[in-house]
Ligand binder design. Structure first.
Ligand SMILES: C[S@@+](CC[C@H](N)C(=O)[O-])C[C@H]1O[C@@H](n2cnc3c(N)ncnc32)[C@H](O)[C@@H]1O
Length: 212
Protein backbone atom coordinates (compact mmCIF):
# COMPACT_ATOMS: atom_id res chain seq x y z
CA UNK A 1 0.00 0.00 0.00
CA UNK A 2 1.48 3.34 -1.09
CA UNK A 3 0.66 6.38 1.01
CA UNK A 4 1.94 9.91 0.90
CA UNK A 5 5.17 10.24 2.89
CA UNK A 6 4.48 11.58 6.35
CA UNK A 7 7.71 13.01 7.80
CA UNK A 8 6.16 12.99 11.31
CA UNK A 9 5.13 9.31 11.17
CA UNK A 10 8.23 7.90 12.89
CA UNK A 11 8.07 10.36 15.80
CA UNK A 12 4.32 9.78 16.21
CA UNK A 13 4.79 5.99 16.33
CA UNK A 14 7.78 6.34 18.70
CA UNK A 15 5.76 8.51 21.07
CA UNK A 16 3.40 5.54 21.60
CA UNK A 17 5.99 2.88 22.39
CA UNK A 18 3.52 1.27 24.83
CA UNK A 19 1.44 0.28 21.78
CA UNK A 20 3.90 0.28 18.85
CA UNK A 21 7.29 -1.36 18.35
CA UNK A 22 9.30 0.23 15.56
CA UNK A 23 12.82 -0.64 16.75
CA UNK A 24 12.57 -4.35 17.62
CA UNK A 25 12.78 -3.70 21.36
CA UNK A 26 9.77 -5.99 22.02
CA UNK A 27 11.18 -8.84 19.92
CA UNK A 28 10.91 -12.11 21.80
CA UNK A 29 8.83 -10.48 24.56
CA UNK A 30 5.34 -10.18 23.08
CA UNK A 31 3.68 -12.19 25.87
CA UNK A 32 5.24 -9.93 28.54
CA UNK A 33 4.14 -6.87 26.54
CA UNK A 34 0.50 -7.95 26.84
CA UNK A 35 1.10 -9.12 30.39
CA UNK A 36 -1.67 -11.74 30.29
CA UNK A 37 -2.28 -15.32 29.09
CA UNK A 38 -4.88 -14.60 26.42
CA UNK A 39 -4.56 -16.20 22.95
CA UNK A 40 -2.57 -14.21 20.38
CA UNK A 41 -3.97 -13.52 16.88
CA UNK A 42 -1.84 -11.62 14.38
CA UNK A 43 -2.47 -9.96 11.02
CA UNK A 44 0.47 -9.60 8.63
CA UNK A 45 0.19 -6.64 6.25
CA UNK A 46 -2.65 -4.91 8.11
CA UNK A 47 -2.72 -1.83 5.91
CA UNK A 48 -4.83 0.84 7.61
CA UNK A 49 -6.11 -1.60 10.22
CA UNK A 50 -9.90 -1.62 9.83
CA UNK A 51 -10.02 -5.42 10.07
CA UNK A 52 -7.81 -5.99 13.10
CA UNK A 53 -9.06 -3.05 15.16
CA UNK A 54 -12.69 -4.14 14.61
CA UNK A 55 -11.77 -7.68 15.60
CA UNK A 56 -9.95 -6.40 18.70
CA UNK A 57 -12.94 -4.28 19.75
CA UNK A 58 -15.26 -7.30 19.36
CA UNK A 59 -12.96 -9.76 21.19
CA UNK A 60 -11.43 -8.26 24.34
CA UNK A 61 -10.51 -11.80 25.55
CA UNK A 62 -7.97 -12.15 22.70
CA UNK A 63 -4.67 -10.32 22.17
CA UNK A 64 -4.13 -8.94 18.66
CA UNK A 65 -0.92 -7.93 16.90
CA UNK A 66 -0.89 -5.89 13.70
CA UNK A 67 2.29 -6.24 11.64
CA UNK A 68 2.75 -3.65 8.89
CA UNK A 69 6.07 -2.56 7.44
CA UNK A 70 5.07 0.91 6.20
CA UNK A 71 5.25 3.62 8.86
CA UNK A 72 3.06 5.95 6.77
CA UNK A 73 0.34 3.29 6.83
CA UNK A 74 0.86 2.14 10.44
CA UNK A 75 -0.04 5.61 11.72
CA UNK A 76 -3.61 4.93 10.51
CA UNK A 77 -3.75 1.75 12.60
CA UNK A 78 -2.45 3.64 15.63
CA UNK A 79 -5.12 6.35 15.16
CA UNK A 80 -7.83 3.68 15.27
CA UNK A 81 -6.36 2.02 18.38
CA UNK A 82 -6.21 5.36 20.19
CA UNK A 83 -9.67 6.55 19.05
CA UNK A 84 -11.27 3.34 20.36
CA UNK A 85 -8.99 3.12 23.41
CA UNK A 86 -8.23 -0.55 22.65
CA UNK A 87 -6.01 -2.24 25.22
CA UNK A 88 -5.79 -5.72 23.61
CA UNK A 89 -3.82 -4.78 20.48
CA UNK A 90 -0.13 -4.07 19.82
CA UNK A 91 1.48 -2.89 16.59
CA UNK A 92 4.76 -4.06 15.08
CA UNK A 93 6.15 -1.86 12.34
CA UNK A 94 8.48 -4.27 10.56
CA UNK A 95 8.69 -6.75 7.73
CA UNK A 96 7.12 -10.20 7.97
CA UNK A 97 10.54 -11.81 7.42
CA UNK A 98 11.26 -10.81 11.03
CA UNK A 99 8.25 -12.67 12.48
CA UNK A 100 10.32 -15.34 14.20
CA UNK A 101 12.41 -12.65 15.92
CA UNK A 102 9.27 -11.25 17.54
CA UNK A 103 7.34 -14.40 18.41
CA UNK A 104 8.56 -17.37 20.37
CA UNK A 105 7.99 -20.74 18.64
CA UNK A 106 4.37 -21.88 19.01
CA UNK A 107 3.23 -18.62 20.63
CA UNK A 108 0.60 -17.58 18.07
CA UNK A 109 -2.92 -19.06 17.85
CA UNK A 110 -4.03 -17.58 14.54
CA UNK A 111 -2.50 -15.63 11.66
CA UNK A 112 -4.49 -13.52 9.19
CA UNK A 113 -3.38 -12.52 5.68
CA UNK A 114 -5.82 -10.13 4.03
CA UNK A 115 -5.48 -8.89 0.46
CA UNK A 116 -1.73 -9.46 0.45
CA UNK A 117 0.19 -7.90 -2.43
CA UNK A 118 -0.18 -10.39 -5.35
CA UNK A 119 3.25 -9.90 -6.97
CA UNK A 120 1.94 -11.33 -10.27
CA UNK A 121 5.29 -11.72 -12.02
CA UNK A 122 6.87 -15.15 -11.56
CA UNK A 123 10.24 -13.62 -10.80
CA UNK A 124 8.64 -11.90 -7.76
CA UNK A 125 7.02 -15.06 -6.36
CA UNK A 126 9.42 -15.02 -3.38
CA UNK A 127 7.78 -11.80 -2.18
CA UNK A 128 4.29 -13.32 -1.94
CA UNK A 129 3.30 -13.80 1.69
CA UNK A 130 2.27 -17.39 0.88
CA UNK A 131 5.68 -18.32 -0.62
CA UNK A 132 7.13 -21.34 1.16
CA UNK A 133 9.74 -19.32 3.10
CA UNK A 134 6.93 -17.32 4.73
CA UNK A 135 4.89 -20.47 5.37
CA UNK A 136 7.91 -21.88 7.22
CA UNK A 137 7.94 -18.81 9.46
CA UNK A 138 4.21 -19.10 10.13
CA UNK A 139 4.57 -22.79 10.99
CA UNK A 140 7.36 -21.95 13.43
CA UNK A 141 5.44 -19.31 15.39
CA UNK A 142 1.97 -20.89 15.26
CA UNK A 143 0.77 -23.36 17.88
CA UNK A 144 0.49 -26.99 16.69
CA UNK A 145 -3.21 -26.56 15.97
CA UNK A 146 -2.86 -22.90 14.93
CA UNK A 147 -4.80 -21.48 11.99
CA UNK A 148 -3.98 -19.38 8.97
CA UNK A 149 -6.87 -17.34 7.55
CA UNK A 150 -6.45 -15.80 4.10
CA UNK A 151 -8.68 -13.50 1.99
CA UNK A 152 -8.05 -11.96 -1.40
CA UNK A 153 -9.80 -10.67 -4.49
CA UNK A 154 -6.91 -11.91 -6.63
CA UNK A 155 -7.75 -15.25 -8.23
CA UNK A 156 -4.15 -15.84 -9.33
CA UNK A 157 -2.79 -15.30 -5.82
CA UNK A 158 -5.53 -17.49 -4.35
CA UNK A 159 -4.76 -20.36 -6.75
CA UNK A 160 -1.02 -19.95 -6.15
CA UNK A 161 -1.55 -19.93 -2.37
CA UNK A 162 -3.69 -23.10 -2.40
CA UNK A 163 -0.92 -24.87 -4.30
CA UNK A 164 1.94 -23.42 -2.25
CA UNK A 165 0.21 -24.33 1.03
CA UNK A 166 -0.72 -27.87 -0.01
CA UNK A 167 2.81 -28.47 -1.30
CA UNK A 168 4.08 -27.28 2.07
CA UNK A 169 1.93 -29.88 3.81
CA UNK A 170 -0.98 -27.72 4.91
CA UNK A 171 -4.63 -28.69 4.74
CA UNK A 172 -7.75 -26.59 4.33
CA UNK A 173 -10.60 -26.53 6.82
CA UNK A 174 -12.71 -23.95 4.96
CA UNK A 175 -12.74 -22.52 1.44
CA UNK A 176 -15.09 -19.82 0.13
CA UNK A 177 -14.93 -19.14 -3.60
CA UNK A 178 -17.36 -16.22 -3.46
CA UNK A 179 -17.37 -14.97 0.12
CA UNK A 180 -19.88 -12.16 -0.26
CA UNK A 181 -22.43 -14.39 -1.99
CA UNK A 182 -22.17 -17.10 0.65
CA UNK A 183 -23.87 -17.08 3.99
CA UNK A 184 -20.79 -16.41 6.13
CA UNK A 185 -21.47 -15.07 9.58
CA UNK A 186 -19.43 -12.24 11.04
CA UNK A 187 -17.18 -11.38 8.09
CA UNK A 188 -15.20 -8.22 8.90
CA UNK A 189 -14.33 -6.24 5.80
CA UNK A 190 -10.87 -4.80 5.28
CA UNK A 191 -10.29 -1.49 3.48
CA UNK A 192 -9.24 -3.34 0.31
CA UNK A 193 -12.14 -5.76 0.55
CA UNK A 194 -14.65 -2.91 0.60
CA UNK A 195 -12.96 -1.19 -2.33
CA UNK A 196 -12.79 -4.31 -4.51
CA UNK A 197 -16.21 -5.71 -3.64
CA UNK A 198 -17.81 -2.33 -4.45
CA UNK A 199 -16.23 -2.69 -7.89
CA UNK A 200 -17.88 -6.11 -8.20
CA UNK A 201 -14.80 -8.26 -7.57
CA UNK A 202 -15.31 -11.74 -6.15
CA UNK A 203 -13.68 -12.34 -2.77
CA UNK A 204 -11.93 -15.65 -2.05
CA UNK A 205 -11.23 -16.94 1.45
CA UNK A 206 -9.65 -19.97 3.09
CA UNK A 207 -8.75 -21.32 6.51
CA UNK A 208 -5.78 -23.67 6.73
CA UNK A 209 -3.66 -25.58 9.23
CA UNK A 210 -0.26 -27.25 9.20
CA UNK A 211 0.11 -31.01 9.45
CA UNK A 212 2.30 -31.61 12.47
C1 LIG B 1 -2.64 -4.60 -0.49
S1 LIG B 1 -2.40 -4.00 1.12
C2 LIG B 1 -3.77 -4.72 2.03
C3 LIG B 1 -4.00 -4.04 3.34
C4 LIG B 1 -5.11 -4.64 4.23
N1 LIG B 1 -4.76 -5.98 4.68
C5 LIG B 1 -6.46 -4.63 3.56
O1 LIG B 1 -6.95 -5.72 3.22
O2 LIG B 1 -7.04 -3.55 3.40
C6 LIG B 1 -1.02 -4.97 1.68
C7 LIG B 1 -0.32 -4.40 2.90
O3 LIG B 1 0.66 -5.33 3.33
C8 LIG B 1 1.86 -4.65 3.66
N2 LIG B 1 2.96 -5.61 3.45
C9 LIG B 1 3.30 -6.17 2.27
N3 LIG B 1 4.34 -7.01 2.43
C10 LIG B 1 4.66 -6.97 3.75
C11 LIG B 1 5.66 -7.62 4.52
N4 LIG B 1 6.54 -8.45 3.96
N5 LIG B 1 5.73 -7.36 5.84
C12 LIG B 1 4.83 -6.49 6.42
N6 LIG B 1 3.86 -5.84 5.72
C13 LIG B 1 3.78 -6.08 4.40
C14 LIG B 1 1.90 -3.47 2.73
O4 LIG B 1 2.71 -2.41 3.22
C15 LIG B 1 0.42 -3.09 2.63
O5 LIG B 1 0.05 -2.15 3.61
Amino acid sequence: MRMRHKPWAEDYLKSHSDIVDIDGSRAGHIREWFNNDQPIYIEVGSGMGQFITTLAAQNPEINFVSMEREKNVMVKVLDKVLEQNLSNIKLICNDAVELNEYFVDGEVDRLYLNFSDPWPKNRHAKRRLTYHTYLALYKQILKKDGELHFKTDNRGLFAYSLESMSQFGMYFTKINLNLHEEDVEGNIETEYERKFSEKGSRIYRMEAKFHS
